[in-house]
Ligand binder design. Structure first.
Ligand code: NAP
Length: 214
């Protein structure tokens, strides 16, 4: 499978680009928004293109042409305002979904956020972020694409353990970015994740087994 990785310069994105290279069962085309990021990836042997989630869905579709799956690992980050939350986490995700459809790509894996589906559990100070994630996920669910929505808890830079908890509802928790990246990779190959959305935290089940039990 050739994977179009949106947000490839991010903390999970970089881990994923590395995993795709090591794993060898998939190839990757990394989408980044700066020329120097593209050049760095290319120098490391990764196919890379520039496109911007604030640009047009047509440009994103052109950049994705020929890929078999999209992974959305982008996000506006904690240091921007809610204008960027709206433009990247919601509208950027919606454009990526639109682009996948117009490029004829059926498989889509979204990195969302723990409990984005459940308004009662939205952190008071982050409500606009959760609302953006919530509606991006809803758009994907209604898109007709073969989707998997992964909703990780608070992200940590601890080394991965390969063990997680994955379920439709996990009230709280955190997880290492390594384990999120491994879960994205394993989801691509696990048909039991098709059409499913699930919370993900650190836990006691090997990743592949956890995905089979969803
Ligand atoms: P990250 O390091 O902030 O990476 C996000 C990436 O998105 C960056 O590489 C950034 O590009 C890219 N991006 C931002 N705006 C863009 C645009 N207009 N066009 C193209 N790319 C753009 O994030 P992370 O820590 O890997 O997290 C990945 C995902 O997990 C995000 O969706 C986040 O919301 C979600 N999440 C986070 C937490 C948490 O605790 N932080 C918890 C659950 C879920 P640049 O490198 O050029 O800036």
């Amino acid at each position: 499978m050739k994977v179009f990785l949106i947000g490839a310069n991010g903390q999970i994105g970089q881990r994923l680009a590395g995993l795709f290279q090591q794993d060898g069962t998939h190839t990757v085309r990394a989408m980044v928004r700066k020329e120097e990021q593209k050049e760095a990836l290319q120098a490391a042997g990764t196919e890379a293109v520039t496109a911007n989630l604030e640009g047009s869905a047509e440009d994103i579709a052109k950049a994705a042409q020929g890929c078999d799956a999209v992974v959305f690992a982008a996000g506006s980050g904690g240091s921007t305002g809610y204008d960027k939350t709206l433009l990247i986490d919601l509208d950027g995700a919606a454009k990526a979904i639109e682009a996948a459809k117009s490029a004829g790509i059926d498989r889509f894996v979204m990195i969302s956020a723990l409990q984005a589906h459940n308004r009662e559990n939205w952190n008071e100070s982050l409500k606009p972020y959760y609302a953006a994630k919530h509606y991006a996920d809803k758009i994907l669910e209604a898109s007709g694409l073969t989707y998997t929505i992964i909703r990780p808890g608070g992200l940590l830079n601890d080394p991965g353990t390969g063990m997680v908890a994955a379920a439709a509802d996990l009230e709280r928790g955190s997880i290492s970015r390594d384990d999120v990246a491994q879960t994205v990779l394993a989801s691509l190959d696990e048909p039991n994740t098709h059409g499913k959305a699930f919370d993900l935290t650190a836990g006691g089940t090997p990743i592949k087994e956890a995905l089979k039990q969803l």
